[in-house]
Design a protein around this ligand. Sequence first.
Ligand code: OOG
Ligand code: MG
Length: 257
Amino acid sequence: MIGVDTAKIAEQLGTAADTATAIPQLAAETGLDVDGAYAVQTALVQRRLDRGERLVGLKMGLTSRAKMAQMGVDEVIWGRLTDVMRVPDGGAVDVGEFIHPRVEPEVAFLLDRLPEPGEPLGSFTDAVRAVAPAIELIDSRYANFTFSLPDVIADNTSAAAFVVGPWSPVPDGLDNLGVLLEIDGRVAQVGSTAAILGDPRRALDEGIRLAGRHGVRLREGWLFLAGAATAAVPLRAGAHVRAVVEKLGTASLRAAS
Ligand code: OOG
Ligand code: MG
């Protein structure tokens, strides 16, 4: 890790996102490790904050086997969400602003007050005010959407945009709700919230623990994406995407053509 230029790597990833131009993977060549990669992610997101974006939450990645298998990386990761990444429910994105966008169905939490660091989490319903179906649009800045673990962490876990559907009070069970991803009215992926670490509530424990290692505390009012329940699907111009989560309803997104 000695001699890794965090600022330079963050700049390369930031420019790749800003110009929708893929870059080669960086970690192997630069010797970037996981801790170094989170430092790059911090610098990369700071670049967004410096131009006026606001941090609005955290996202988990690779919390399901389907995603781990699809991406060939088998560790849970986390990234940051900003206000500019949020697309209103039913809203449109321009695929030209992304390199090779993919969509995946998720579950979102609206965070309540969390305990001080080191204190136990208490009940899930104390920590989470509401839950919602969501769609995450991921867009790796690396060519061919391929990366190593430090690469994807440095790239803010491919975060690009997200949609949150209507909020509901926390239902009794969150651990086995059916999940569908529909593209143009056809089912593209089928899954269950059980795919998310056995229970998406566990994703919050992991998020608190893993982000805490890097000095990041989750805040009241933040959004939390628990991770995709199924593999991600390429987003084509003109497509209409719906994520349906049993008991929670639907989030939707259009890709302007
Ligand atoms: C990394 C991000 C994974 C999820 O929900 O598992 C992720 C990627 O697949 O590019 O957001
Ligand atoms: Mg995701």
